[in-house]
Design a protein around this ligand. Sequence first.
Ligand SMILES: C[S@@+](CC[C@H](N)C(=O)[O-])C[C@H]1O[C@@H](n2cnc3c(N)ncnc32)[C@H](O)[C@@H]1O
Length: 283
Amino acid sequence: MNIDQAKAWNGPEGEHWAETDRRARGVNEAVDRYLFGAAAIGVTDAVLDVGCGTGETTRAAARHAGAGTAVGVDLSAPMLRQARAEADGEGLANVRFEEGDAQVHPFPDGGFDVAVSRFGVMFFADPVAAFANVRRALRPGGRLVFVCPRAMETCPWYTVPLTALLRHARPGTDVRAPESGMFSLAPRERIVDVLSAAGFDHVAPEPLDVALSFGPDAATAAEFYLGSGPVRAVREEHPHLSDDDVRAVLEEALRPYDRDGGVDIVGGLWLVTAIRAARANGR
Ligand SMILES: C[S@@+](CC[C@H](N)C(=O)[O-])C[C@H]1O[C@@H](n2cnc3c(N)ncnc32)[C@H](O)[C@@H]1O
C-alpha cells in the first residue's frame, strides 16, 4: 500500500537511514520518558511498536514487559536488520521484528495490550485504514500511545538548520512543511478525526515541548543533521552544495544552541493516547 514510503525507507538510502538512526541514539531520551510514562507497560504485556525503525523503543518496551513480548513492525529491511542485531547483542529474548506495512500487516486480532509509536505513524497513505488495522491488533480495552510532531513552527529543531541551509543554497528562500509525512498529524483535529474514524475512543492529544538532544557540541549535531532526511531532501534540490559546505552552514546555525555541554533544541510534539473500547456492539 505505502509503496513510495517502502522505496524511501528501503532503496539505496536504506543503509543510510539505518546509520543515521544509529547516530540518533539519545536524541529522543526526553521523548521516551513521556511515551513510556503514558504507555504504562505492564510486566506481562504484549506490546506492538509501529514504524519501529531500528527498534530502540521496541527494545525499551521489551525491557518494560520483561515477562511479556514486544513486536516491532517496519517497512525498512535495513533498519530491521540493525534492530535485530541490537536486540541480539543485548540478549533480549522477548523481542521480535516483522517487516511489513502497518496499514495492512496481518497482525493477530486482539493480540496486543498496547501499541506504541515514536514518530512512526505520520507516513501512511491511508491513515484511517492504518490506524484501524492497529486498532484491530489491540485487545478490547487496549491502548494506543504515540508521539508525532506538532506544527512545523513549534519545531525549531527542524526549521533552524533547514532555514539556514536553504538560505545558503538560494538566498531569500524559506523552509516549508512537506505536504505529506512528518507534519501530517500536526493539526489536533486531524488526530482526533483520524483516530475516531479508525474506531478509537478517548482520543487525547497532549501538547508537549520537549528538548531533543543532538549531541555534545555543534559539530556532532551538524554531523547528525547531515545524514537526516530533511537535509538530504534539500541537497537533492541543490546538488552543487558540498559536504563541507553543508556541514559548515549547519554547524553555524546550531552553535547558538550549544550550551552547558550539549546541543538541545525544542520539538513541539503531540503525546497521543487512545483506547480500543471494550464494546458489546463488536466495533
Ligand atoms: C521517523 S522514523 C521513526 C523510527 C523509530 N520509531 C524511531 O523513533 O527511531 C519512521 C519509521 O516509520 C516507518 N514507516 C513508515 N511508514 C510505515 C508503514 N506504513 N508501516 C510500517 N512502518 C512504516 C519507516 O520505515 C521508519 O522506520
